[in-house]
Design a protein around this ligand. Structure first.
Ligand code: FAD
Length: 459
């Protein structure tokens, strides 16, 4: 029968990993792929992570939408795996299950004072301005004049840029109305990005740096001392890193031209990279009620290349600020007790996407590799997982005989009172968001309340 020939596969998570894995699996002429997503809406960090002022990055949504339109693919939002349905239940219903659920946590600083009001994770801040439902209550206090971001990666730079961009430049993006309102009232004038290591170890690209350097109304603050001796070292580093470091070096040490000098002199806001500083404590205000600064240990580098480590010199420095954003990385959570999880590395142990010791279970994206890499990296990695799965299918390593797929899961979900959101229902929400944005010239005004989304769909 045709059913016997139809491999039923499901993917957990609808970010780039989920969609790219599905896209590859659909190369099999009969495979059917269901994508389960805990949010009522698809696309993961493309919707809830990528900065609102980088709309071109979100064009991948068009490819994902094409995949979702395939007659052999279905999207089921509003279904949280591990809560609404378990991984063993999915494994019963499908020939194979791919876990692509990303990295939903942030790495903690693990220093005293971290719990003070005025401290939050960059993850939560990003979720807040991008409309992630769980972060809508964040209400960051931007009444202070200095913010400190702990971390020097691309997420740290996104956050610094959003804090310092003149709000009128964000008006025509898909940033939420609430976040834009708070940013309009912001008094933040200076943003420090603090890193334990030096200029050669920053984890952003030259494009992202250039954007910061050219940010309207803001000037860079770099300490030339941090760049001593770097001129010689950069000769040995790979070209992209070399160009990035040269730009940092020029910005730190060269006198700007007349025009740029005038621009900088009139800038009311500033951002700076603070190198060789490791956070030790968030300092409380005199009344102990909120964050008032960060105590930093001065460091120096030991070791070479990949093994370069920051070790404390014994000197300390206090950096006063009213807002502390920790941006030292995302972290995956275990999804279900039946799935092996390496809590140290924060990934599902796997060999090329095959989950160790669990036949028929696969993983892709950040939960497979750890929370680094751009969408393109995630794509390559997800195609590879898809390829391994199809190979196993061909080799007869997956269960033979028909599997019920969604029919069985639908029955379970309905008995538990869970009502999934289909892709065509998402398209209704999408149209609503676009319509709400139209009056104000925004590409969309995101719906941020899952209850409202479900109400709009008549659930
Ligand atoms: P995710 O995109 O996180 O997708 C995981 C999905 O799984 C989510 O939709 C989540 O809701 C869902 N999920 C989680 N748990 C469950 C569960 N239990 N049941 C069901 N579903 C679940 N890359 C670029 O190329 N350009 C950029 O400009 C860029 N900017 C970024 C900005 C930020 C702030 C961040 C954090 C990342 C950025 N990236 C960027 C990187 C890019 O977002 C990632 O490479 C990519 O999103 C990883 O894909 P993923 O599918 O593994 O994870």
């Amino acid at each position: 029968s045709t059913q016997e020939k139809t491999p039923q596969i499901c993917v957990v998570g609808s970010g780039p990993a989920g969609f790219y894995t599905a896209q590859h699996l659909l190369k099999h002429p009969q495979a059917h792929v269901d994508i389960y997503e805990k949010q009522p809406v698809p696309f993961g960090l493309v919707r809830f992570g990528v900065a609102p002022d980088h709309p071109e990055v979100k064009n991948v949504i068009n490819t994902f939408t094409q995949t979702a339109h395939s007659g052999r693919c279905a999207f089921w939002g509003n279904v949280e795996v591990g809560r609404d349905v378990t991984v063993p239940e999915l494994r019963e219903a499908y020939h194979a299950v791919v876990l692509s659920y990303g990295a939903e946590d942030h790495r903690a600083l693990e220093i005293p004072g971290e719990e003070l009001p005025g401290v939050c994770s960059a993850r939560a801040f990003v979720g807040w301005y991008n409309g992630l439902p769980e972060n809508q209550e964040l209400e960051p206090d931007l009444s202070c004049d200095t913010a400190v971001i702990l971390g020097q990666g691309n997420v740290a730079l996104d956050v610094a840029r959003i804090l310092l961009t003149p709000p009128e430049h964000l008006e025509r993006t898909d940033i939420t109305k609430a976040a834009l309102g708070v940013l309009r009232q912001s008094r933040v004038k200076t943003v420090w990005l603090v890193g334990r290591r030096g200029p050669l170890q920053v984890a952003f690209t030259i494009k992202e740096l250039r954007e910061m350097i050219q940010l309207p109304g803001a000037r860079p603050i770099l300490d030339p001392v941090d760049f001593l001796g770097l001129q010689d070292k950069i000769k040995e580093v790979p070209r992209p890193r070399k160009r990035l470091t040269e730009l940092l070096l020029r910005t730190a040490t060269e006198k700007p031209g007349l025009e740029e000098a005038a621009r900088q002199a009139s800038a009311s806001r500033a951002w700076g990279l603070r190198f060789f500083r490791s956070p030790q404590q968030v300092l409380p205000s005199p009344d102990g009620r909120r964050a008032a600064g960060v105590r930093l240990a001065v460091t120096r580098l030991e070791g070479v290349d990949e093994a370069t480590r920051a070790v404390p010199t014994g000197d300390m420095e206090d950096l006063p600020c009213g807002l502390v954003l920790s941006s030292i990385g995302y972290k995956s959570r275990p999804v279900d007790p039946s799935v092996p999880f390496d809590s140290k590395l924060g990934v599902i142990p796997n060999v090329e996407g095959r989950v160790m010791d669990v036949p028929g279970l696969y993983c892709s994206g950040w939960v497979k590799r750890g929370p680094t890499g751009v969408i393109a990296t995630t794509m390559t990695d997800s195609f590879l997982t898809g390829q391994m799965l199809l190979q196993d299918l061909k080799a007869g390593l997956l269960p033979s005989g028909p599997r019920p797929g969604y029919a069985a899961i639908q029955a379970l979900l309905s008995s538990r009172g869970v009502r999934p959101v289909s892709f065509s229902e998402w398209e209704k929400l999408d149209a609503e968001e676009v319509a709400r944005g139209q009056g104000t010239g925004k590409p969309r005004e995101k719906l941020v309340d899952p209850q409202e989304m479900l109400r709009l769909l008549g659930h």
